[in-house]
Design a protein around this ligand. Structure first.
Ligand SMILES: Cc1cc2nc3c(=O)[nH]c(=O)nc-3n(C[C@H](O)[C@H](O)[C@H](O)COP(=O)(O)OP(=O)(O)OC[C@H]3O[C@@H](n4cnc5c(N)ncnc54)[C@H](O)[C@@H]3O)c2cc1C
Length: 301
């Protein structure tokens, strides 16, 4: 990026250089992002995107990086993060208005404090609101689409509102995945007044369940594969005997076999190789195509 471009961007927000993807992803792997930009407001966000388009600078909006496997290569482009300034939220009766850089876990606690039900499932998902909408994140038979009323999206230079149907949500999928050039800005979530003690208990139960079933003491990106139609990815991984299987520093968790964990010194290539080995074995033994839920980013192929 030209020095002049750096200077212009720095007027619209915080610009950081040479940031390791280890600090941008929950897998704690990957090369270096040459530039990371935290726009201060919508004007800064639109300006950054239009500069990238004009100057053919590749860019990617990242949330908490909790569903991303970056390559070990450096990324010679701009990572845009909304986690520093797009973090306002407020409640109006049963509707929660929130900007997409908000932590989903924090919003779940805030809703609980207001005795509002609907986000209990989200309490352990380490996402931003934007990343959770993009993925239609979910757990315990609930998902974001259950509570979304409208989503505000930056499409080109226009900011538009999409209602829930227009977001085309389905299992871990949304229209946003088919439009990577769009940026989710904020949304309205429709919650329901509930009994505070009941909500609190449900949140606690969900958290306890996560702690007992997921390897939360190791870096990971949550579930590696989507559950195939009518089955569970973890069962297939168990059946090929891969629980605990290791490639370099990447390991199939012994606690939850659909989690690949970074045992400390994994490279991104270790994680990818392990995931590909699993896919090949499951295909060969069961003729089932496991699809990665974790998104690969900045890989040459
Ligand atoms: C320990 C652990 C447990 C997990 N448990 C669950 C679970 O129970 N259920 C579940 O569904 N997932 C789970 N996940 C996976 C992950 O948290 C979700 O997929 C989450 O939705 C990703 O959000 P993020 O903010 O980290 O997005 P990122 O990983 O940063 O990005 C994911 C995608 O969203 C896009 N994106 C992010 N923000 C925006 C935006 N504002 N506008 C446009 N695109 C955007 C990015 O470009 C990228 O393509 C878990 C992960 C971990 C590490």
């Amino acid at each position: 990026m030209l020095k002049e471009t750096e200077r212009i961007l720095a007027q619209f927000g915080d610009l950081e250089t040479d940031v390791s993807f280890r600090n941008l992803t929950t897998f704690r792997v990957g090369g270096v992002a040459r530039h990371v930009f935290y726009p201060r407001n919508l004007f800064g966000l639109t300006s950054a995107i239009s500069i990238c388009r004009q100057e053919a600078i590749p860019f990617k909006v990242l949330g908490n990086g909790s569903n991303i496997l970056p390559s070990d290569d450096d990324f010679e482009g701009l990572i845009i993060k909304l986690t520093r300034y797009f973090i306002d939220y407020y409640f109006d009766d049963e509707v929660l208005y929130a900007q997409c850089g908000c932590s989903l876990i924090a919003l779940s606690y805030k809703a609980m404090e207001q005795s509002l039900s609907g986000l209990e499932f989200a309490n352990g998902i380490p996402a931003t609101l934007g990343g959770a909408l993009f993925m239609n994140a979910g757990a315990y038979k609930c998902e974001m689409s259950d509570v979304v009323q409208e989503v505000q999206v930056l499409v080109g230079d226009d900011v538009i509102w999409l209602n829930r149907d227009q977001c085309q949500f389905s299992y871990r999928s949304s229209i946003f995945q088919r439009h990577p050039e769009w940026t989710i800005v904020s949304c309205k979530l429709k919650l329901r007044k509930g009994d505070h003690a009941v909500i609190e208990q449900l949140v606690k139960n969900r958290r306890d369940k996560r702690c007992s079933t997921q390897p939360l003491d190791f870096p990971s990106a949550g579930s590696t594969f989507r559950n195939p139609e009518g089955g569970f990815a973890w069962k297939y991984i168990d059946e090929i005997g891969y629980r605990g299987h290791q490639v370099g520093g990447a390991q199939v968790s012994t606690k939850h076999s659909n989690f690949i964990i970074n045992t400390g010194d994994a490279s991104a290539a270790d994680i990818r190789s392990l995931a590909e080995e699993i896919r090949e074995k499951v295909k060969k033994e069961f003729n089932v195509d496991l699809i990665m839920e974790v998104e690969k980013f900045n890989w040459k192929e």
